[in-house]
Design a protein around this ligand. Structure first.
Ligand code: TXD
Length: 308
């Protein structure tokens, strides 16, 4: 019996998610969207390619929440993406209305699912889903830090001309300009990056990491990054569905961890069959602690604008 994975939002990221899940046979996929025909058309297109993909995963599309019943995992990308000149926070009001609808639909039709929220502004959207659905905190997690960390890893690997596989990195805090790339925990095959790159170069990489989303938006002009965010969500989905217990930077509900209480912010956590199984408290130096606190403050200010 394969897992059932429901994708709420069949747009740019949703389409890549569906394809990746089917190709990796992580489970049967149901794509839900409000646009008539969009999820059905994307699903039919992918399903017709299955013989070449070598995948027996079932892919379907729907405009009805009834069809997500029994989903083991739900990945939410419903919502507007930003355009050039917009910040992620500018999406708050529009996407808040969407997330409220989505949270009710998932609560009513897939009450036992694990949920990965992707929609922006991420820290506010995952908080909104948790509050409205009433799901336990271990079953509601936000995708942001995995994407930000993989961007940081790529920039370091490109600078050193080494395999991306040998660079590890952690980016914590809110998913926005105040995110905190932890240079002290970035290594290349275990070697601290500040033994391999000059401080100025590392500073430039940190700056590029913080602005990486905006860099793609500026180039695309029609929307935001969608392949790397989808791949990042897949890494989280795999860790939950296969009980891999990966240690990943995810937006988790902190209740005292890192001195944060009652907010979703990016922290290292263990993702397994129990969802967010544990939050790992990494020691931060004074500068990192200050940046983290500033980032949390930004998230708090954003969340305070939410009227549920
Ligand atoms: O790291 C991260 N978390 C971010 C997330 C990285 C990149 C993009 N980030 C955000 O994901 C982005 O700012 C958006 O808020 C979401 C989805 O981005 P995507 O690029 O997939 O946007 P699209 O292509 O516009 O797809 C959104 C889909 C679209 O098909 C709409 O019809 C649908 O959402 N939509 C809905 N689905 C279900 N229910 C409702 N109410 C609804 N409203 C719109």
């Amino acid at each position: 019996m394969r897992n059932k994975i429901a994708l709420i939002g069949g747009g740019n990221i949703g389409g890549v998610l569906a394809e990746q899940i089917a190709y990796r046979e992580l489970g049967d996929v149901v794509i839900f969207d409000v646009v008539e025909g969009l999820p059905q058309g994307k699903a039919l297109d992918m399903a017709e390619g299955a013989p070449i993909m070598g995948s027996d995963a079932k892919i379907s599309g729907t405009n009805s929440y009834e069809d997500i019943a029994g989903a083991d995992l739900v990945i939410i990308t419903a919502g507007l993406a930003r355009k050039p000149g917009m910040s992620r926070d500018d999406l708050l009001n529009t996407n808040l209305k969407i997330m409220k609808q989505v949270a009710e639909g998932v609560r009513d039709h897939a009450p036992d699912a694990y949920v990965i929220v992707v929609s922006n502004p991420l820290d506010a959207m995952v908080y909104t889903f948790k509050e409205i659905s009433g799901f336990p905190k271990n079953r509601v997690v936000g995708m942001a830090g995995v994407l930000d960390s993989t961007r940081f890893r790529s920039f370091v690997a490109w600078e050193l001309d080494v395999s991306v596989e040998d660079v590890t990195a952690l980016v914590l805090g809110g998913h926005g300009d105040t995110m905190v790339p932890l240079v002290g925990y970035c290594t290349v095959a275990g070697i601290p990056v500040d033994r391999l790159l000059p401080a100025e170069t590392i500073k430039a990489i940190v700056k590029r990491t913080k602005g990486a989303g905006g860099e793609v938006v500026g180039l695309l002009k029609t929307g935001s990054a969608f392949v790397s965010p989808a791949i990042a969500a897949i890494e989280m989905a795999e860790s939950i569905l296969l009980d891999k217990k990966r240690v990943l930077a995810c937006a988790c509900l902190c209740e005292g961890e890192y001195g944060v209480d009652g907010l979703y912010v990016g922290v290292p956590c263990v993702l397994g069959a129990g969802g967010v199984e544990k939050i790992i408290e990494a020691e931060l130096n004074a500068e990192e602690q200050k940046m983290f606190e500033d980032s949390v403050e930004h998230v708090r200010t954003l969340v305070e604008q939410i009227k549920l």
